[in-house]
Design a protein around this ligand. Structure first.
Ligand code: XIL
Length: 300
């Protein structure tokens, strides 16, 4: 196959990218994105601050721009993200306790209702665990509403759009030996045991010198899958752009039937949230295919 999306489709998987609404007028950008990818995540446009800038006033202008571009070009969409400590609008940052809990529920309902039946998978909860060795939850205004906030978010999401897969998404849960990975694993196992609705785990997979790719990544993927959830690689970028590491990531996903797809977090190096100098993506700033691109295509 000659594109990432078509190559991934040979095994029933997808290959996606993050899209920024503000770049949809850049034809070099859209040409590559349209040609290569068949799953789209809005880089920022479906986040809380974008979709509910004032409480109870939902705004889907930018989110719809990304959604419509994707669907008009025959692509599916991952929803990102409904409950997160970051990129909250000011009104939500200022909230706590029961009113915040209710605002979270209202937000999930408002956004999921707008996109009802249209989203392949939602990152319902993003980045709820602490870094480091504690395995604890991240201290956030949402966490302080009570430890059950995550399951409440998932139950709300299931009722709002039963057609969407519901994912828990996080970074630094790629390395099987890390406490954060084990903590998320234990939460998912508990959710499955108690019937809390969860369908997938998103491994963001932002690899860099502090959190490098480790060969136990395949164990992480297969271990989550064995709990009865899909695994999606949701925000892949590799600082330095190692072609070997990119191939390892692809091979690890392909080795696990329930690893259903891979999304890279941007199109060209110049589109990366980490800065062009990190050369973390598959196309250079001129839109040329990098060695990492060929490595991924060959592995798929
Ligand atoms: C990043 C975007 O790429 C940036 O444009 C924005 O300024 C900050 O957020 N984890 C996530 C993504 O779940 O939403 C983040 O995206 C990157 C880290």
């Amino acid at each position: 196959e000659s594109t990432l999306g078509a190559a991934a489709a040979q095994s029933g998987r997808y290959f996606g990218t993050a899209i920024a609404a503000g770049k949809l007028g850049d034809s070099a950008y859209t040409t590559i994105a349209n040609r290569e990818f068949n799953m789209i995540t809005a880089e920022n446009e479906m986040k809380i601050n974008a979709t509910e800038p004032n409480q109870n006033q939902f705004n889907f202008t930018a989110g719809d721009r990304v959604y419509n571009w994707a669907v008009q070009n025959g692509k599916r969409v991952r929803g990102h993200t409904l409950a997160w400590h970051s990129q909250q609008p000011g009104w939500m940052e200022a909230m706590s306790g029961a009113p915040l809990r209710q605002a979270m529920i209202n937000h999930i309902n408002g956004v999921m209702n707008h996109y009802k039946g249209k989203i392949y998978a939602w990152d319902v909860v993003n980045e709820a665990f602490d870094d480091g060795n504690s395995g604890a939850r991240r201290n956030s205004n949402l966490q302080r509403t009570g430890n059950d906030w995550i399951e409440v978010a998932f139950r709300t999401a299931r009722a709002a759009d039963p057609a969407a897969k519901l994912c828990y998404n996080d970074y630094n849960i790629d390395n099987w030996s890390w406490a954060k990975t084990q903590a998320v694993y234990n939460m998912v196992r508990d959710f499955k045991a108690r019937g809390v609705p969860i369908d997938c785990v998103g491994l963001q997979s932002h690899f860099n010198n502090n959190s490098p790719y480790n060969s136990n990544y395949r164990t992480t993927i297969s271990s989550f899958a064995a709990l009865g959830v899909d695994v999606q690689i949701t925000e892949l970028d590799i600082v330095g752009g190692s072609a070997t590491t990119y191939a390892n990531v692809v091979n690890d996903c392909l080795a696990v039937p329930r690893c259903t797809g891979i999304t890279v977090w941007g199109v060209r190096d110049s589109d990366s949230w980490l800065g062009a100098n990190t050369t973390a993506l598959l196309f250079d700033g001129n839109g040329n295919k990098k060695a990492a691109y060929n490595s991924v295509l060959n592995a798929l």
